[in-house]
Design a protein around this ligand. Structure first.
Ligand code: NAD
Ligand code: UFG
Length: 333
């Protein structure tokens, strides 16, 4: 089976390419490198020991993406392409809606025209909003608090409507919790531009001395130690979830929705102390006020993915901290 990995040069995309190829899939990447580097593709090729066909294209532009479908007989798409910074999406809502929704719409158009019947879509736990934990797939979604989150809610809706009109097609909506960690080779991982806004890259840059101190956003939440709780999932486990999802779509039609998380919540302070302990480093921090838009707790109900996809996360928070640090030390300049 030939899979087009849209946005495949990015953080989750590169890890998924490794797992797909190791599971025997043929992979093609389409990416405009707006938030990634060609070097990540070369490193992915180094891990698997083979070249990956790469198209430098804007997926939302028909004249750029259509040749990919004309030149290849694509059987399925894994769609990672999108902008993902929550804060930036509040400042640039139109750019976020335009890019994220147009990528999804254009890929649907190509699916119809080139008879590609399978798509796995990157959604997010953000679609649950501030619901009761654990978040389960059958919960009604709450309105998103930012344009990024709303682009995921609308993206899910577009794909559900697409399947109503094309019931012989198949779509999997994967709601990721908080992906962190890196490939254990140390060759690929997350390398955000500028000052990171997510917790793990921030911790790792404080540990390396690149940043001086972590600011912990609030210690007055109704959680065990007052700091925010999230369901951190190792990016390699997440990547393996995509292989299971595409496998399921090979045999089935319709819409499938799964949480990809561990089902376990970890507080900010727990993540900091685990990182310090497993890597033998110091992460100085200071407690500051809450960050606007943050919720107290977020973790996944994982039964559905376990029962229907036969997938469960295997790596723990220690593994995530160790692998992030290896990547930070050996690969980030
Ligand atoms: P990433 O930014 O590393 O990867 C996204 C890739 O898409 C990048 O390589 C970027 O260059 C590419 N891209 C964006 N717009 C494009 C366009 N118009 N044409 C071609 N390529 C384009 O992000 P990631 O962390 O790997 O996330 C992948 C997907 O998962 C995104 O859709 C993101 O919203 C979603 N997601 C991520 C997280 C997370 O915390 N990392 C959580 C939930 C959901
Ligand atoms: N945090 C800090 N200091 C920081 C950064 C984060 O204390 O410098 C705290 C946050 O307040 C939160 C936790 O660390 O309690 C995790 O924050 P992240 O920014 O790493 O992640 P979020 O849960 O806020 O958001 C992530 C993705 C979103 C996605 C969401 C739900 O960034 O794209 O998970 O899946 F929508």
């Amino acid at each position: 089976m030939k899979v087009l990995v849209a946005g495949g040069a990015g953080y989750i995309g590169t890890h998924t390419c490794v797992e797909l190829i190791q599971a025997g899939y043929e992979v093609i990447i389409a990416d405009n490198l707006c938030n990634s580097k060609m070097d990540a593709v070369y490193r992915t090729e180094q891990i698997i020991g083979q070249k990956i066909p790469f198209y430098l294209v804007n997926i939302s532009v028909k004249s750029e993406i259509e040749p990919v479908f004309m030149e290849n007989k694509i059987d399925g798409i894994i769609h990672f392409a999108g902008l993902k910074a929550v804060g930036e999406s509040v400042e640039q809502p139109i750019e976020y809606y335009q890019n994220n929704l147009n990528c999804t719409l254009m890929l649907c158009e190509m699916m119809k025209k080139y008879n590609v019947k399978k798509m796995v879509f990157s959604s997010s736990a953000t679609v649950y909003g501030d619901n009761e934990v654990p978040f389960t797939e059958d919960m009604p979604l709450l309105p998103a608090t930012n344009p990024y989150g709303e682009s995921k809610v609308i993206g899910e809706r577009i794909l559900q409507d697409f399947i109503v009109a094309h019931p012989d097609y198949a779509v999997s909506l994967l709601r990721y919790f908080n992906p962190i960690g890196a490939h254990e080779s140390g060759l690929i991982g997350e390398d955000p531009e500028g000052i990171p806004s997510n917790l793990m890259p921030y911790i790792s840059q404080v540990a390396s001395g690149k940043l001086s101190k972590l600011k912990i956003f609030g210690n007055d939440y109704p959680t065990s130690d007052g700091t925010g709780v999230r369901d951190y999932i190792h990016v390699v486990d997440l990547a393996k979830g995509h292989v299971k999802a595409i496998e399921q779509l090979e045999k089935n039609a319709g819409v499938y929705i799964y949480n990809l998380g561990t089902g376990r919540g970890t507080s900010v302070l727990e993540l900091v102390t685990t990182f310090e302990k497993v890597n033998q480093v110091k992460v100085p921090y200071q407690i500051v006020g809450r960050r606007a838009g943050d919720i107290a707790e977020c973790y996944a109900g994982v039964e559905k993915a376990k029962n229907e996809l036969c997938w469960a996360a295997e790596k723990n928070v220690e593994d995530m901290c160790r692998d992030t640090w290896r990547w930070q030390c050996y690969s980030i300049k």
